[in-house]
Design a protein around this ligand. Sequence first.
Ligand code: FE2
Ligand code: FE2
Length: 175
Amino acid sequence: MKKNQIMIDEFNLIITDILSNSTVNEMKNYRQHYDTNCFEHCKNVAFYSYLICKKYNLDYEAAARAGMLHDLFLYDWRRKTGERKRWHGFRHPRIALNNSTELFTLSSKEQDIILKHMWPLTIVFPKYKESFIVSCVDKFCAIKESYEHYKKNCKVQKAYRYAYVLLSLIVLNLV
Ligand SMILES: [Fe+2]
Ligand SMILES: [Fe+2]
């Protein structure tokens, strides 16, 4: 078996109970960044955090598990009005942590990872290296997911432009 597949299998095994939880799966109903839903975003963050922590001999299990739960807030932050929307960036780590501890037993490191993932927006510095890594990976994934949407849209726009030019040439030749 290839090394990559072994790592993917290990990653899935670490978070298998989280992936099969029905409340966690509700994240699929909420859009996070453009075409990426909250569940996919959390899985991306969890996987890249797992890879980095494994490479540097850190607690990759905590990084994977907490990464998978870091945005378990279960609402569409774009549609909320008033307080909740305004303070979403500051408040959702606590909401995700409360939701997560209701479902799973989390170590203090895993709790810190979830609670500090919006650092430096939330001022208190991450207590563990794994928290800092997940926080950075979260930002990286947000940019990557937004960029992928932008890239896809550019391709669609380009295709429309070419189709328009082609159609115009055909019409001009016909007239
Ligand atoms: Fe978040
Ligand atoms: Fe996130």
